[in-house]
Design a protein around this ligand. Structure first.
Ligand code: ZN
Length: 364
């Protein structure tokens, strides 16, 4: 293979590495559909995962400005003061939290009674830190954090703030990508070395402009994330592929304290499939998982409150699935919407939940 081709292959490999995000597996990545107000949901780790982190690939060659890596707060508390800590997926485990001494923050994680929970950004713990400083109890701060994370009004504000900061970068990132992958190889093959030096200087100027914008954002927009965003800014000065992904790297911080349901609701996408499934699972806890019953009881009133702004509640998502692909099926599981023949009485995936016939009418 000629040296030039090897160089291109190495450049592409570094670019692909920079075009991926490692996020906590319980995170939910939303991607805005082109020219629509609806969202597509991506779960980290579909391709590659460790026990705590999952890989998400970004759209290649174009700035992925519609991506929103969201997650739920790491702790939940019910009305009786029972704490639940998040596992790697959507499930929870009951934990005994007496006071702030049971919580320890470290880089990209929080330890709850010795059990580590990954977070995508220190911003995910802002409300807990604030509560501790104000002298609130852990349960008050955790509840306030959930109300904040599930607020569609706040989610809309967070999304708009991030878009306003980063939209000016789309053109610079686009020009940088064309410069590296189109103009630079073309200049190397067709033009003289002076043109090549001029082009390299232009590319470096673009990298400087991207880094300067990040620096400005770190002090004016997200001052609590100064060190994280400034590290990215320094990297943008030396690694062009990092500068090409500056927008997506910062999205991880911008949306870290927003629950995906709040962001979906903030754009009016109330018929979103993920949102419907999430709400339905709060109505029907897994029958053999005691902590799921506690989680649903604690979370359902919070979710109902978020939905009430749109004239809805979790119960509105308790509707039968369509059986047009399987007309033989005459029963369904109200929790996971699997289709069955009535001969089966319960859904094994949901811990033995009773099935419903399609002509079921809920008691009023
Ligand atoms: Zn089921």
């Amino acid at each position: 293979m000629p040296d030039f081709a090897k160089l291109i292959v190495v450049a592409l490999l570094i670019y692909l590495w920079e075009s991926s995000l490692w996020l906590p597996r319980r995170a939910v990545i939303l991607r805005r559909r082109w020219f629509k107000k609806s969202w597509k949901v991506i779960r980290p780790g579909n391709l590659l995962a460790t026990p705590r982190l999952g890989l998400v690939f970004l759209r290649p060659f174009l700035p992925d400005i519609g991506i929103a890596p969201c997650q739920s707060p790491p702790l939940l508390v019910d009305e009786h003061g029972q704490f639940l800590s998040q596992n790697t997926d959507e499930t929870c485990s009951a934990v005994e939290v007496r006071d702030w001494a049971d919580l320890h923050e470290s880089a990209n994680s929080i330890s709850v009674c010795g059990e580590k929970i990954r977070i995508s950004s220190p911003r995910a713990l802002d409300r807990l830190r604030q509560g501790k400083m104000l002298g609130e109890s852990v349960s008050t701060a955790v509840l306030a954090q959930w109300n904040q994370a599930l607020s569609p009004t706040r989610a809309k504000r967070e999304w708009q703030r991030w878009r306003l900061c980063f939209e000016p970068l789309v053109l610079m990132v686009g020009l940088l990508t064309i410069g590296i992958f189109v103009a630079l190889p073309a200049a190397y093959l067709l033009l003289d070395q002076f043109a090549l030096i001029g082009l390299a200087a232009y590319i470096w100027l673009l990298m400087w402009m991207i880094a300067a914008r990040l620096w400005w954002i770190s002090s004016r927009v997200y001052p609590k994330l100064k060190s994280e965003i400034r590290t990215d800014a320094w990297l943008c000065l030396v690694v062009p592929f990092h500068a090409m992904r500056a927008i997506e790297m910062t999205a991880v911080h911008a949306m870290a304290s927003t629950h995906p349901a709040a962001l979906i609701l903030s754009s009016g996408d109330t018929e979103n499939r993920w949102l419907a499934e999430f709400s339905r699972k709060l109505l029907f806890p897994h029958l053999q998982d005691q902590s799921d019953a506690l989680r649903c009881a604690a979370l359902r009133p919070l979710m109902d409150r978020a939905l009430s702004q749109f004239g809805k509640s979790c119960a509105d998502y308790d509707i039968p699935p369509t059986n047009e692909n399987d007309p033989e099926a005459n029963a369904y599981c109200p929790r996971c919407h699997s289709l069955y023949l009535l001969k089966a009485a319960t859904c094994s995936d949901c811990g033995g939940l009773a099935l419903r016939p399609f002509n079921f009418t809920p008691a009023t």
